[in-house]
Design a protein around this ligand. Structure first.
Ligand SMILES: Cc1cc2nc3c(=O)[nH]c(=O)nc-3n(C[C@H](O)[C@H](O)[C@H](O)COP(=O)(O)OP(=O)(O)OC[C@H]3O[C@@H](n4cnc5c(N)ncnc54)[C@H](O)[C@@H]3O)c2cc1C
Length: 438
């Protein structure tokens, strides 16, 4: 069987490896000159390269870990259980929190009991959520996450201090406009299932170096023909039951099988250009995108209290001490990455103004920052970072077989049950290959 995979992000890389592993002759066509898709870094005149967005994954991301093992890639940080520093803007003394090596959900006892500024009875309220999730409520897609948490009796302060920072980062949507089904999934899988599930893993910077070359080597070893700088213009039915793929320059080629490992809108456009798309793909292409903005600050000394710091109720959200994580200094400067999920005004704000505002907030939140000198800053914005998981969006995510015979859909936005993450992308690639092989 000759198979083509269109798109060289994590979904495409995974699908190509699985198809090749099952004996298909595979070509992977990627529009850009590198692999990794949204997991990428860009050149920076001062810092060398910066990631377009800080990436994090959790111990529960088992399929991603299996792929990374296959590529021979290690994260810079690999915890055994959740450990992080929390800085509450009202209580500037940082708290270092660690989950306990206890069976779930008791592993979270020390985290919740030491979390700053939680209302009384927080442990009981968290237990309430755990028990609701054990009953496997399901059918929550139409409900906003905020309404679901309030319905479970969660006090407002517990929601804004504890649930919101985790859920907004994982789902990339504010709680009042996020599907409760996805939020419940994140809480269940990432926080409550085991002490290992919530353990943080942080890739080494930069993401292109981290993924591109290892993925090329793994694909080469698997016998996949890699064609970079190959933009596909249309995918349609060919002679017999074959799939016709037209490249940008107008060259046609036919394959027995195809995986479209692209975001929903380009996938829909390629099928329309090839003659027909499907209602399922058209509906998915209508889901809006949600942006992520990162502000990279290079200073003359470290100022963050931990490798990974969470700042509830602050525009800073999550802060990463890249120099500590990578164990390296760049030209003597320290690198902090501030990751802003579900970004609003930050997407359009002029770079100099946004950097200045974020640096001021850092100086107000972290005492050592007041003595530090900002040497360089850089803002990276990804307007199409993920799909917007609004209430009702789970029902709009298509499965791998929702294109037409011989063509499978993949991508972190497809129906994996996961938020649009690296784990979702890998799972979708596996599901697409399995669908075609079945
Ligand atoms: C700023 C930011 C921060 C993020 N943070 C996290 C995080 O902390 N943790 C996490 O798990 N996930 C995170 N994500 C999400 C994660 O990066 C994505 O969900 C995942 O990488 C998507 O992989 P994919 O293969 O589905 O799609 P993509 O990575 O979008 O890959 C699609 C590929 O298709 C190619 N392509 C497009 N059109 C064509 C065409 N016509 N012909 C050929 N090729 C084409 C593109 O060039 C691209 O390489 C983040 C994303 C961003 C942007």
């Amino acid at each position: 069987m000759r198979a083509v995979v269109v798109g060289g992000g994590l979904a495409g890389i995974t699908a190509a490896l699985d198809l090749a592993g099952s004996g298909c002759q595979v070509a992977l066509l990627e529009r850009s000159g590198q692999l990794g898709g949204l997991c990428r870094s860009v050149p920076d005149p001062v810092a060398g390269r910066v990631d377009t967005g800080q990436h994090v994954y959790l111990g529960c991301c088992t399929e991603l870990e299996a792929l990374l093992d296959r590529l021979g890639v290690e994260p810079a940080l690999r915890q055994d259980r959740l450990e992080l520093t929390v800085v509450d803007p009202g209580h500037p003394r940082p708290r270092r929190l660690s989950a306990a090596p206890l069976p779930a959900p008791f592993h979270l006892l020390p985290v919740v009991s030491r979390w700053p500024n939680l209302p009384r009875g927080a442990l009981l309220h968290v237990a309430q959520v755990a028990s609701a999730l054990r009953e496997g409520p399901g059918g929550l897609d139409a409900l906003p996450a905020l309404g679901w948490l309030r319905g479970l009796g969660q006090p407002e302060r517990l929601i804004s201090q504890l649930w919101e920072p985790f859920l907004v980062a994982a789902c990339n949507a504010p709680l009042d406009r996020c599907s409760a089904e996805l939020a419940a999934f994140v809480v269940r899988e990432g926080l409550l299932s085991s002490s290992r599930a919530g353990a943080l893993r942080v890739p080494g910077t930069d993401l292109t170096r981290w993924l591109d070359l290892p993925a090329r080597r793994a694909l080469e070893r698997a016998g996949v023909e890699l064609r970079l700088d190959s933009r596909v213009a249309s995918v349609g039915s060919g002679p017999g039951s074959r799939v016709r793929v037209t490249r940008g320059a107008g060259e046609d080629e036919t394959f027995d099988l195809a995986v479209l490992a692209l975001p929903a809108r380009p996938a829909h456009r390629l099928l329309l250009a090839g003659g027909r798309s499907t209602p399922a793909l058209e509906a998915a292409a209508g889901i809006p995108d949600s942006p992520i903005v990162n502000v990279h600050l290079f200073t003359d000394r470290p100022f963050l209290p931990g490798a990974v710091t969470l700042i509830p109720r602050s525009p800073l959200q999550w802060a990463f001490d890249r120099s500590r994580l990578d164990d390296q200094l760049r030209d003597g400067s320290w690198h902090a990455a501030i990751s802003i999920s579900a970004a609003g005004e930050e997407v359009r704000a002029p770079e100099a103004r946004l950097s200045a505002e974020i640096w001021q907030l850092c100086q107000a939140s972290f005492p050592p920052a007041a003595r530090a000198r900002l040497i360089h800053s850089r803002v990276t914005r990804e307007a199409h970072a993920t799909f917007w998981p609004h209430p009702g969006s789970a029902a709009l995510r298509p499965g791998p077989g929702d294109a037409f015979p011989g063509v499978a859909l993949a991508g972190s936005w497809t129906r994996t049950g996961w938020p649009a993450t690296m784990e979702s992308a890998v799972r979708s690639g596996r599901a697409a290959a399995a669908h075609l092989l079945a």
